[in-house]
Design a protein around this ligand. Structure first.
Ligand code: SF4
Length: 465
C-alpha cells in the first residue's frame, strides 16, 4: 500500500492526498493499557512493573504505528525508539522510584498515591526556565494571557487548547507537566481571538509559532480557525508561521490518509500561496524516525504544499548521544529536503538525570557529526540551551591565557543586544546546563546577569500585581 500511495502523492496537484493513502486507524495506549501492548508481554514482569511505576509520575502515551513500525523489539530495551517512548526505571531517582513502587505494591488508596505522585512531580521542576512567570504576556490591565508566550521580540508562541497533547509522548519531554492532567500546570488558550487581538496590537511580531503538545493533533478546521484570519491585511506583519510537530514521526498518516489530511494539505497550500512563509518544525531525534514509507510520504506531502520542514530536537542519552546518529540523521534530512535547524541540550526538568549529556560531550558530538556532513547539513545550530535569559550555544572548549574555558554565545536573547556576543565560562566537565557555569577570568558575573535580573524582577512584579 505505501508504494501505491507514494505514487499518488508524487502526482499530486492539490487534493491528491484524499483517499491516496489507506486510512490506518489511530490506536493509542496510555498507562492503563500497558498490559494490552502485545510485544511488552515478552518482557520480564519486573520490567513491566517498573514501567507502571514510572508512568504513574511521568506521562506515557504510545500508538500502534510507533509500536509496529518504529521500535525494533529484538533490540529492547536499548532500542532508541523504545527509549524515546517507553518509561524506564532510571527516569526517576531511586528515592522517588521506591516511594511510588512501595505505595503501588502495598495497594495504597487512590488519594494517597495521587498525593505522593504530585509531590514527586513538583520536585521535577515542572516549568523550567521560568516559563510561567517570565514568558506569559500581559494585557493592558496586566492580566496574564494564558496560552501564549512572548519571550523574544519578534516571536510569539501560541499553545492552542486543542493541541495540548501528542500522538505519542517522548519520555524526555520538557513540557511533560502539560500532559499529567494538572490544570495548574497547563498552558493553553481556548480562544483564537485572544491570539489575534494580541498580534494586531504587536506589530513588532513577525513570527508566530504554534506549539503544544502538538498542534497537528488538532482537527484541520480548528487549525484553520487560528490560521486563516492571519491572511487579512492587518496581519501583514506576521510573515512566518511555524508549526512545531512530532507528527511526522509519531503519526505521519496525519498528512496522508487521516480523515482531514487533504484539508490540512490544502490549508498549508493556501497559506503559502497567500504569501506566508510556513515552516513545519519537525521534531526529530533519530534517523529511524524517517526510515518508514509513511514518514517519507508525509514529508513529500508537506513539501508539495510549498511549506518548508526544519528539523530540531534535543541531544539525549540512551537515544542519540552518538555523532554517527546525528550525522546520518542530518544527511537523511537533507536528502529528503528537510533543513537541519537545531541540536538542543536537554532541559532541566522531568527525567533529566536519565537523559542529560555534559555540555562538553554535547559539543564534541555536534562537532564530530558536523565533520561527517556536507555544507547543506551544516545548517544545524547547537548544542543550544533554551535557558531563561535566551538560547545559549556552546561554541566550544578552549584555553585562553592558560585558563580552560567554555566559549558561549547567545543565539537568541531577552535583550536583542546580547545576540551573537561571545562570552566565557570556567571549564566544568560536569556542567549540563547554563546554571552550572561560572564566569571565567575571575569575573563575578556574566555580562548579561544584572540586566536579566532586572527584566526578571519587572516581569514577576507585573505578573503578581
Ligand atoms: S512531541 Fe514534543 S511536546 Fe510532545 S511529548 Fe514529545 S517533546 Fe513533548
Amino acid at each position: 500500500m505505501p508504494q501505491q500511495a507514494e505514487t499518488i502523492i508524487n502526482q499530486w496537484p492539490l487534493h491528491a492526498v484524499d483517499g491516496g493513502y489507506e486510512m490506518v486507524p489511530f490506536k493509542v495506549y496510555t498507562q492503563r493499557d500497558l498490559d494490552k501492548i502485545e510485544p511488552l508481554q515478552k518482557l520480564s514482569e519486573a520490567m513491566r512493573f517498573e514501567m507502571k511505576v514510572v508512568s504513574s509520575v511521568l506521562p506515557f502515551r504510545v500508538n500502534q504505528y510507533v509500536i509496529d513500525e518504529l521500535i525494533d523489539w529484538d533490540n529492547v530495551p536499548a532500542d532508541p525508539m523504545f527509549q524515546l517512548t517507553f518509561p524506564q526505571r532510571g527516569m526517576l531517582s531511586a528515592e522517588h522510584y521506591d516511594t511510588i513502587a512501595k505505595l503501588i505494591q502495598d495497594g495504597a488508596d487512590k488519594a494517597t498515591l495521587a498525593a505522593a505522585v504530585n509531590e514527586v512531580r513538583q520536585a521535577l521542576n515542572p516549568h523550567p526556565a521560568d516559563q510561567m512567570e517570565m514568558n506569559m504576556p500581559l494585557d493592558d490591565e496586566g492580566n496574564r494571557l494564558d496560552g501564549m508566550q512572548h519571550k523574544y521580540r519578534e516571536t510569539v508562541l501560541f499553545f492552542p487548547s486543542q493541541g495540548q497533547t501528542c500522538h505519542a509522548y517522548c519520555t524526555f519531554c520538557f513540557r511533560w507537566a502539560q500532559f499529567v492532567g494538572d490544570k495548574e500546570l497547563r498552558i493553553a488558550a481556548s480562544e483564537a481571538s485572544t491570539l489575534h487581538d494580541y498580534l494586531k496590537a504587536h506589530t513588532e511580531v513577525t513570527d508566530l509559532l504554534f506549539t503544544g503538545g502538538d498542534p497537528m493533533v488538532m482537527k484541520t478546521k480548528h487549525l484553520a480557525a487560528y490560521l486563516e484570519p492571519l491572511l487579512e491585511p492587518e496581519f501583514d506583519h506576521i510573515q512566518t508561521i511555524r508549526i512545531g510537530t512530532k507528527a511526522l514521526t509519531f503519526w505521519p498518516h496525519r498528512f496522508l490518509g487521516a480523515e482531514d489530511a487533504g484539508e490540512l494539505i490544502d490549508l498549508l497550500t493556501r497559506m503559502v500561496r497567500a504569501g506566508k512563509h510556513v515552516a513545519v518544525m519537525g521534531h526529530y531525534n533519530h534517523w529511524k524516525e524517517m526510515d518508514t514509507d509513511a514518514a517519507r510520504a508525509a514529508i513529500r506531502a508537506i513539501r508539495s504544499t510549498g511549506a518548508v520542514i526544519r528539523a530540531q530536537g534535543p541531544l539525549i542519552a540512551h537515544i542519540n548521544d552518538d555523532p554517527d546518529v546525528w550525522a546520518k540523521m542530518w544527511k537523511m534530512q537533507v536528502k529528503l529536503g528537510i533543513i537541519p535547524y537545531y541540536m538542543f541540550v536537554e532541559r532541566d526538568t522531568g527525567a533529566r538525570g536519565y537523559f542529560e549529556v555534559p555540555l562538553e560531550r554535547a559539543w564534541e558530538i555536534y562537532r564530530e557529526a558536523m565533520q561527517q556532513v556536507s555544507g547543506l547539513a551544516r545548517t544545524a545550530r547547537g548544542p543550544s540551551m533554551s535557558a531563561s535569559p535566551g538560547k545559549v550555544e556552546v561554541q566550544g572548549v578552549t584555553e585562553i591565557k592558560g585558563e580552560k574555558v567554555f566559549v558561549l554565545r547567545f543565539i537568541q536573547g531577552r535583550n536583542p543586544d546580547w545576540i551573537q556576543r561571545p562570552f566565557f565560562a570556567k571549564y566544568n566537565p560536569d556542567a549540563t546546563w547554563l546554571h552550572h557555569l561560572e564566569p571565567a577570568f575571575g569575573e563575578e558575573k556574566f555580562f548579561f546577569e544584572d540586566e536579566y535580573e532586572a527584566i526578571r524582577d519587572e516581569r514577576i512584579d507585573a505578573a503578581q500585581t
